[in-house]
Ligand binder design. Structure first.
Ligand code: AMP
Length: 366
Protein backbone atom coordinates (compact mmCIF):
# COMPACT_ATOMS: atom_id res chain seq x y z
CA UNK A 1 0.00 0.00 0.00
CA UNK A 2 1.37 3.45 -0.89
CA UNK A 3 1.38 6.18 1.73
CA UNK A 4 -1.54 8.60 1.95
CA UNK A 5 -1.11 11.67 -0.29
CA UNK A 6 -0.81 15.06 1.35
CA UNK A 7 -1.87 18.41 -0.01
CA UNK A 8 1.18 20.37 -1.20
CA UNK A 9 -0.67 23.68 -1.68
CA UNK A 10 -4.17 25.02 -0.99
CA UNK A 11 -6.78 23.89 -3.51
CA UNK A 12 -7.55 26.94 -5.67
CA UNK A 13 -11.04 28.15 -6.64
CA UNK A 14 -12.21 26.34 -9.77
CA UNK A 15 -10.72 23.04 -8.52
CA UNK A 16 -12.75 20.03 -7.45
CA UNK A 17 -13.44 18.63 -3.98
CA UNK A 18 -14.57 14.99 -3.95
CA UNK A 19 -17.14 13.89 -1.38
CA UNK A 20 -17.74 10.23 -0.52
CA UNK A 21 -21.43 9.96 0.37
CA UNK A 22 -24.39 11.82 -1.07
CA UNK A 23 -26.80 12.51 1.79
CA UNK A 24 -27.94 15.88 3.11
CA UNK A 25 -24.53 16.53 4.68
CA UNK A 26 -22.88 16.07 1.28
CA UNK A 27 -25.52 18.32 -0.24
CA UNK A 28 -24.84 21.15 2.23
CA UNK A 29 -21.06 20.68 1.82
CA UNK A 30 -21.46 20.99 -1.96
CA UNK A 31 -23.51 24.18 -1.59
CA UNK A 32 -20.87 25.68 0.72
CA UNK A 33 -18.07 24.70 -1.68
CA UNK A 34 -19.92 26.38 -4.54
CA UNK A 35 -19.99 29.64 -2.58
CA UNK A 36 -16.19 29.51 -2.42
CA UNK A 37 -15.91 28.92 -6.17
CA UNK A 38 -15.02 25.24 -5.77
CA UNK A 39 -16.62 22.41 -7.71
CA UNK A 40 -17.71 19.16 -6.07
CA UNK A 41 -17.78 15.57 -7.28
CA UNK A 42 -20.16 13.38 -5.27
CA UNK A 43 -19.56 9.60 -5.07
CA UNK A 44 -22.47 7.61 -3.72
CA UNK A 45 -23.90 4.10 -3.98
CA UNK A 46 -27.51 5.32 -4.14
CA UNK A 47 -28.82 6.77 -7.38
CA UNK A 48 -31.24 9.28 -5.82
CA UNK A 49 -28.71 10.82 -3.40
CA UNK A 50 -29.74 14.35 -2.28
CA UNK A 51 -26.25 15.72 -3.03
CA UNK A 52 -26.41 14.65 -6.69
CA UNK A 53 -28.82 17.56 -7.33
CA UNK A 54 -26.30 20.27 -6.43
CA UNK A 55 -22.85 19.09 -7.60
CA UNK A 56 -20.66 19.50 -10.67
CA UNK A 57 -19.94 15.79 -11.20
CA UNK A 58 -21.47 12.61 -9.84
CA UNK A 59 -20.51 8.96 -9.66
CA UNK A 60 -23.14 6.39 -8.77
CA UNK A 61 -21.13 3.27 -7.89
CA UNK A 62 -20.37 0.87 -5.06
CA UNK A 63 -17.72 1.77 -2.50
CA UNK A 64 -15.67 -1.29 -3.52
CA UNK A 65 -15.70 -0.49 -7.26
CA UNK A 66 -11.99 0.32 -7.69
CA UNK A 67 -12.28 1.47 -11.31
CA UNK A 68 -14.90 4.06 -10.39
CA UNK A 69 -13.02 5.04 -7.24
CA UNK A 70 -9.76 5.54 -9.16
CA UNK A 71 -11.52 7.67 -11.79
CA UNK A 72 -13.14 9.73 -9.02
CA UNK A 73 -9.96 10.19 -6.97
CA UNK A 74 -7.78 11.16 -9.93
CA UNK A 75 -10.34 13.75 -11.04
CA UNK A 76 -10.44 15.48 -7.64
CA UNK A 77 -7.90 17.84 -6.02
CA UNK A 78 -8.87 16.86 -2.45
CA UNK A 79 -11.38 14.36 -1.08
CA UNK A 80 -13.50 14.14 2.05
CA UNK A 81 -16.50 12.09 3.26
CA UNK A 82 -19.87 12.91 4.77
CA UNK A 83 -20.54 9.67 6.69
CA UNK A 84 -18.24 7.73 9.00
CA UNK A 85 -19.00 4.27 7.73
CA UNK A 86 -16.88 4.67 4.58
CA UNK A 87 -15.17 1.24 4.33
CA UNK A 88 -11.52 1.43 5.48
CA UNK A 89 -10.35 -0.06 2.15
CA UNK A 90 -12.22 2.59 0.18
CA UNK A 91 -10.66 5.36 2.25
CA UNK A 92 -7.15 3.87 1.88
CA UNK A 93 -7.59 3.40 -1.89
CA UNK A 94 -8.67 7.01 -2.37
CA UNK A 95 -6.02 8.40 0.02
CA UNK A 96 -3.21 6.78 -2.02
CA UNK A 97 -4.28 8.84 -5.03
CA UNK A 98 -5.63 12.14 -3.65
CA UNK A 99 -5.32 13.87 -0.25
CA UNK A 100 -8.18 12.60 1.95
CA UNK A 101 -9.23 14.45 5.08
CA UNK A 102 -10.13 13.68 7.79
CA UNK A 103 -7.62 10.82 7.61
CA UNK A 104 -7.84 7.07 7.95
CA UNK A 105 -7.07 7.11 11.71
CA UNK A 106 -10.07 9.30 12.59
CA UNK A 107 -12.27 7.14 10.39
CA UNK A 108 -11.08 3.84 11.90
CA UNK A 109 -11.44 5.10 15.48
CA UNK A 110 -14.94 6.45 15.08
CA UNK A 111 -16.15 3.29 13.34
CA UNK A 112 -15.63 1.30 16.52
CA UNK A 113 -17.24 2.44 19.77
CA UNK A 114 -14.76 0.49 21.91
CA UNK A 115 -11.66 1.93 20.20
CA UNK A 116 -13.23 5.37 20.30
CA UNK A 117 -14.01 5.26 24.02
CA UNK A 118 -10.56 3.82 24.85
CA UNK A 119 -8.98 6.64 22.85
CA UNK A 120 -11.07 9.33 24.58
CA UNK A 121 -10.24 7.87 27.99
CA UNK A 122 -6.52 7.72 27.07
CA UNK A 123 -6.64 11.51 26.60
CA UNK A 124 -7.84 11.91 30.18
CA UNK A 125 -11.36 12.89 29.08
CA UNK A 126 -14.44 11.51 30.84
CA UNK A 127 -16.89 9.04 29.27
CA UNK A 128 -19.71 6.95 30.74
CA UNK A 129 -18.26 3.76 32.30
CA UNK A 130 -17.93 1.13 29.52
CA UNK A 131 -16.92 -2.52 29.11
CA UNK A 132 -16.36 -4.72 26.06
CA UNK A 133 -18.95 -7.46 25.45
CA UNK A 134 -18.17 -10.26 23.04
CA UNK A 135 -19.43 -13.33 24.94
CA UNK A 136 -22.21 -14.17 27.42
CA UNK A 137 -19.54 -14.29 30.17
CA UNK A 138 -18.36 -10.78 29.30
CA UNK A 139 -21.98 -9.63 29.17
CA UNK A 140 -22.52 -10.80 32.75
CA UNK A 141 -19.18 -9.43 33.97
CA UNK A 142 -19.89 -6.05 32.34
CA UNK A 143 -23.27 -5.82 34.03
CA UNK A 144 -21.78 -6.80 37.38
CA UNK A 145 -19.19 -4.02 37.02
CA UNK A 146 -21.76 -1.34 36.13
CA UNK A 147 -24.40 -2.82 38.40
CA UNK A 148 -27.27 -0.61 37.29
CA UNK A 149 -29.17 0.71 34.27
CA UNK A 150 -26.98 0.39 31.22
CA UNK A 151 -27.04 0.47 27.42
CA UNK A 152 -25.67 -2.28 25.18
CA UNK A 153 -24.38 -0.87 21.88
CA UNK A 154 -22.86 -2.71 18.94
CA UNK A 155 -19.28 -1.57 18.41
CA UNK A 156 -19.85 -0.91 14.70
CA UNK A 157 -22.54 0.45 12.34
CA UNK A 158 -24.87 1.92 14.97
CA UNK A 159 -26.58 5.28 14.39
CA UNK A 160 -29.75 7.09 15.49
CA UNK A 161 -30.29 4.46 18.23
CA UNK A 162 -29.89 1.46 15.90
CA UNK A 163 -27.90 -1.36 17.49
CA UNK A 164 -28.72 -0.10 21.03
CA UNK A 165 -30.71 -1.65 23.87
CA UNK A 166 -31.34 -0.45 27.41
CA UNK A 167 -30.56 -3.17 29.95
CA UNK A 168 -31.49 -3.53 33.62
CA UNK A 169 -30.10 -6.98 34.48
CA UNK A 170 -27.35 -9.39 33.44
CA UNK A 171 -30.00 -11.48 31.63
CA UNK A 172 -31.12 -8.39 29.69
CA UNK A 173 -27.53 -7.84 28.52
CA UNK A 174 -27.13 -11.47 27.41
CA UNK A 175 -30.49 -11.37 25.59
CA UNK A 176 -29.73 -8.05 23.89
CA UNK A 177 -26.32 -9.32 22.81
CA UNK A 178 -27.97 -12.44 21.32
CA UNK A 179 -30.53 -10.19 19.56
CA UNK A 180 -27.57 -8.31 18.03
CA UNK A 181 -26.50 -11.70 16.59
CA UNK A 182 -23.45 -11.84 18.89
CA UNK A 183 -21.98 -8.70 17.31
CA UNK A 184 -19.00 -7.33 19.28
CA UNK A 185 -20.54 -4.71 21.57
CA UNK A 186 -19.94 -2.47 24.55
CA UNK A 187 -22.00 -2.06 27.68
CA UNK A 188 -22.18 1.52 28.91
CA UNK A 189 -23.58 2.92 32.15
CA UNK A 190 -26.90 4.62 31.44
CA UNK A 191 -26.43 8.30 32.32
CA UNK A 192 -29.36 10.10 33.88
CA UNK A 193 -28.06 13.31 32.34
CA UNK A 194 -29.27 16.85 32.98
CA UNK A 195 -29.19 17.55 29.24
CA UNK A 196 -27.25 16.76 26.07
CA UNK A 197 -24.92 19.15 24.26
CA UNK A 198 -22.34 18.97 21.52
CA UNK A 199 -19.26 20.83 20.48
CA UNK A 200 -18.40 21.36 16.84
CA UNK A 201 -14.82 22.26 16.14
CA UNK A 202 -12.63 22.57 13.07
CA UNK A 203 -8.91 22.00 12.70
CA UNK A 204 -7.03 23.29 9.69
CA UNK A 205 -4.13 21.53 7.97
CA UNK A 206 -1.84 24.09 9.67
CA UNK A 207 -3.08 22.97 13.11
CA UNK A 208 -5.25 26.05 13.67
CA UNK A 209 -8.42 25.28 15.64
CA UNK A 210 -11.77 27.03 16.03
CA UNK A 211 -15.04 25.92 17.66
CA UNK A 212 -18.66 27.05 17.50
CA UNK A 213 -20.70 27.93 20.55
CA UNK A 214 -21.92 24.55 21.87
CA UNK A 215 -25.60 23.80 21.22
CA UNK A 216 -27.93 22.01 23.60
CA UNK A 217 -29.58 19.03 21.93
CA UNK A 218 -32.86 17.20 22.46
CA UNK A 219 -33.38 13.73 20.97
CA UNK A 220 -36.71 11.99 20.40
CA UNK A 221 -36.75 8.28 19.57
CA UNK A 222 -32.92 8.50 19.39
CA UNK A 223 -33.14 11.07 16.56
CA UNK A 224 -32.07 14.69 17.02
CA UNK A 225 -35.19 16.82 17.36
CA UNK A 226 -33.77 20.24 18.18
CA UNK A 227 -30.51 22.12 18.76
CA UNK A 228 -30.51 25.41 20.66
CA UNK A 229 -27.79 28.05 21.08
CA UNK A 230 -26.99 29.39 23.53
CA UNK A 231 -27.17 26.22 25.61
CA UNK A 232 -27.54 25.97 29.37
CA UNK A 233 -23.80 25.34 29.70
CA UNK A 234 -21.93 27.86 31.85
CA UNK A 235 -19.07 29.82 30.29
CA UNK A 236 -16.63 27.48 32.10
CA UNK A 237 -18.39 24.36 30.78
CA UNK A 238 -18.46 25.80 27.25
CA UNK A 239 -14.71 26.41 27.51
CA UNK A 240 -14.26 22.83 28.74
CA UNK A 241 -16.27 21.55 25.76
CA UNK A 242 -13.95 23.44 23.39
CA UNK A 243 -10.95 21.96 25.20
CA UNK A 244 -12.39 18.44 24.71
CA UNK A 245 -12.83 18.96 20.96
CA UNK A 246 -9.38 20.50 20.59
CA UNK A 247 -7.69 17.74 22.56
CA UNK A 248 -9.29 15.10 20.31
CA UNK A 249 -8.58 16.99 17.08
CA UNK A 250 -4.93 17.63 17.98
CA UNK A 251 -4.34 14.02 19.07
CA UNK A 252 -5.66 12.80 15.71
CA UNK A 253 -3.76 15.47 13.73
CA UNK A 254 -7.18 16.05 12.31
CA UNK A 255 -8.15 18.26 9.37
CA UNK A 256 -11.81 19.15 8.95
CA UNK A 257 -14.86 19.61 11.15
CA UNK A 258 -15.54 17.20 13.97
CA UNK A 259 -18.39 17.01 16.46
CA UNK A 260 -18.28 15.62 19.97
CA UNK A 261 -21.59 14.62 21.54
CA UNK A 262 -21.68 15.25 25.29
CA UNK A 263 -23.80 14.26 28.26
CA UNK A 264 -24.00 16.99 30.89
CA UNK A 265 -24.48 15.29 34.24
CA UNK A 266 -26.50 16.64 37.14
CA UNK A 267 -23.27 17.59 38.93
CA UNK A 268 -22.02 19.48 35.89
CA UNK A 269 -19.49 17.01 34.41
CA UNK A 270 -19.14 16.70 30.62
CA UNK A 271 -18.99 13.08 29.48
CA UNK A 272 -18.05 12.23 25.90
CA UNK A 273 -20.73 10.08 24.28
CA UNK A 274 -19.52 9.98 20.70
CA UNK A 275 -17.19 11.62 18.16
CA UNK A 276 -18.42 12.29 14.62
CA UNK A 277 -15.52 12.83 12.17
CA UNK A 278 -17.63 15.09 9.98
CA UNK A 279 -20.11 17.93 9.91
CA UNK A 280 -22.98 17.24 12.30
CA UNK A 281 -26.74 17.67 12.48
CA UNK A 282 -26.42 19.70 15.70
CA UNK A 283 -24.39 22.27 13.71
CA UNK A 284 -26.88 23.01 10.95
CA UNK A 285 -27.87 26.30 12.65
CA UNK A 286 -24.38 27.64 11.81
CA UNK A 287 -25.53 28.15 8.19
CA UNK A 288 -27.92 30.90 9.24
CA UNK A 289 -26.45 32.13 12.54
CA UNK A 290 -22.70 32.30 11.88
CA UNK A 291 -20.38 34.15 9.58
CA UNK A 292 -18.87 30.88 8.34
CA UNK A 293 -20.96 27.70 8.62
CA UNK A 294 -19.67 24.29 9.68
CA UNK A 295 -19.98 23.22 6.02
CA UNK A 296 -17.83 26.06 4.70
CA UNK A 297 -15.39 25.50 7.57
CA UNK A 298 -15.03 21.83 6.60
CA UNK A 299 -14.47 22.64 2.93
CA UNK A 300 -11.86 25.26 3.93
CA UNK A 301 -9.99 22.71 6.06
CA UNK A 302 -10.13 19.95 3.42
CA UNK A 303 -8.97 22.40 0.75
CA UNK A 304 -6.06 23.57 2.91
CA UNK A 305 -7.46 27.10 3.26
CA UNK A 306 -7.30 29.17 6.45
CA UNK A 307 -10.25 28.52 8.77
CA UNK A 308 -13.01 31.14 8.87
CA UNK A 309 -14.60 32.88 11.85
CA UNK A 310 -17.06 30.66 13.74
CA UNK A 311 -18.62 33.75 15.30
CA UNK A 312 -22.35 33.57 15.93
CA UNK A 313 -24.39 36.72 15.26
CA UNK A 314 -27.74 35.42 16.55
CA UNK A 315 -29.38 33.02 18.97
CA UNK A 316 -30.73 30.04 17.06
CA UNK A 317 -33.08 27.09 17.37
CA UNK A 318 -32.73 24.40 14.71
CA UNK A 319 -35.56 21.92 14.40
CA UNK A 320 -35.32 18.82 12.22
CA UNK A 321 -38.14 18.04 9.79
CA UNK A 322 -38.60 14.30 10.11
CA UNK A 323 -40.57 11.84 7.95
CA UNK A 324 -44.19 12.84 7.35
CA UNK A 325 -43.61 16.34 8.80
CA UNK A 326 -42.16 17.31 5.42
CA UNK A 327 -45.61 16.90 3.83
CA UNK A 328 -46.38 20.25 5.50
CA UNK A 329 -43.70 22.00 3.47
CA UNK A 330 -46.12 24.70 2.36
CA UNK A 331 -47.01 25.66 5.91
CA UNK A 332 -43.36 25.43 6.98
CA UNK A 333 -42.37 27.73 4.14
CA UNK A 334 -44.72 30.42 5.50
CA UNK A 335 -43.22 30.40 9.01
CA UNK A 336 -40.48 32.90 9.74
CA UNK A 337 -37.50 30.59 9.84
CA UNK A 338 -34.80 29.61 7.38
CA UNK A 339 -36.18 26.50 5.66
CA UNK A 340 -33.81 23.86 4.30
CA UNK A 341 -35.28 20.88 2.43
CA UNK A 342 -33.00 18.10 1.27
CA UNK A 343 -34.87 17.07 -1.90
CA UNK A 344 -35.59 13.51 -0.69
CA UNK A 345 -38.46 11.98 -2.62
CA UNK A 346 -39.69 9.35 -0.18
CA UNK A 347 -41.18 10.45 3.20
CA UNK A 348 -40.08 7.48 5.32
CA UNK A 349 -40.71 7.43 9.09
CA UNK A 350 -37.64 8.67 10.98
CA UNK A 351 -35.99 10.02 7.82
CA UNK A 352 -34.40 13.47 8.08
CA UNK A 353 -36.13 15.45 5.31
CA UNK A 354 -35.00 18.97 6.14
CA UNK A 355 -34.59 21.46 8.95
CA UNK A 356 -35.74 24.92 9.91
CA UNK A 357 -33.66 27.44 11.84
CA UNK A 358 -35.27 30.28 13.74
CA UNK A 359 -33.10 33.20 14.82
CA UNK A 360 -33.35 35.78 17.60
CA UNK A 361 -31.13 38.55 18.92
CA UNK A 362 -27.86 37.26 20.39
CA UNK A 363 -28.20 37.02 24.18
CA UNK A 364 -25.04 35.29 25.35
CA UNK A 365 -21.36 35.23 24.52
CA UNK A 366 -21.11 31.43 24.52
P1 AMP B 1 -25.55 7.36 20.28
O1 AMP B 1 -25.93 6.61 19.06
O2 AMP B 1 -24.52 6.68 21.12
O3 AMP B 1 -25.18 8.80 19.97
O4 AMP B 1 -26.88 7.47 21.19
C1 AMP B 1 -28.04 8.14 20.73
C2 AMP B 1 -28.77 8.74 21.90
O5 AMP B 1 -29.15 7.72 22.84
C3 AMP B 1 -27.94 9.73 22.72
O6 AMP B 1 -27.90 11.00 22.14
C4 AMP B 1 -28.68 9.69 24.05
O7 AMP B 1 -29.87 10.45 23.98
C5 AMP B 1 -29.04 8.21 24.18
N1 AMP B 1 -27.95 7.50 24.88
C6 AMP B 1 -26.91 6.84 24.31
N2 AMP B 1 -26.06 6.36 25.24
C7 AMP B 1 -26.55 6.68 26.44
C8 AMP B 1 -26.12 6.50 27.79
N3 AMP B 1 -24.99 5.81 28.09
N4 AMP B 1 -26.88 7.02 28.79
C9 AMP B 1 -28.01 7.72 28.51
N5 AMP B 1 -28.48 7.94 27.26
C10 AMP B 1 -27.77 7.43 26.22
Amino acid sequence: MSPAKRLSAPVAPGSTIGILGGGQLGRMLALAAARLGLKTHIYCDEDDAPAFDVCHARTFARYDDERSLAHFAIGCDAVTFEFENVPARTAAFVAERTPLNPGARALALTQDRLEEKNFVASLGLQTPAFHAVSSPEEARAAFAAINGPSVLKTRRFGYDGKGQAKTLSADDVVNAWTAFEDAPSILEAFIDFEFEASIIGARGQDGDFVAYDPPQNVHENHILRRSTVPSRLSAAQAAQARHIARRIADALEYAGVLAVELFVTKDGALLVNEIAPRVHNSGHWTIDACLVSQFEQHIRAVAGWPLGSPERHADAVMENIIGQEAADWHKLSESCGALHLYGKKELRAGRKMGHITRLGPKTSAH
